[in-house]
Design a protein around this ligand. Structure first.
Ligand SMILES: [Zn+2]
Length: 88
């Protein structure tokens, strides 16, 4: 089956991925897109474009000891579930 074209729709200025980045995104489900610094941060952090099987594309940076790239919408859903049902 032919895979659909990777379409990146971020509200930020249009992100252009090189062919190599598209390949990495497909293999690793994430690709380095550059360093960014947000207001209040001491320095810039490496940002990645990642793909959630449920929510599609999102931008994130490695967090926690596991250096995971959590999907913000999955986190939101998880927090809502914990608020509703409590911790397992
Ligand atoms: Zn998600």
């Amino acid at each position: 089956m032919k895979e659909p074209m990777i379409q990146v729709d971020l509200s930020q200025p249009r992100l252009r991925l090189s062919l190599w980045q598209c390949i990495q995104l497909r293999i690793n489900w994430s690709v380095f897109i550059g360093y960014k610094q947000r207001p209040g941060w001491k320095g810039a952090l490496p940002f990645y474009l990642a793909r959630c099987p449920k929510h599609g594309f999102y931008e994130s940076y490695p967090q926690g000891y596991s250096r995971r790239l959590p999907c913000p919408r999955c986190l939101e859903e998880e927090h809502a579930r914990i608020r509703r049902e409590g911790l397992p």
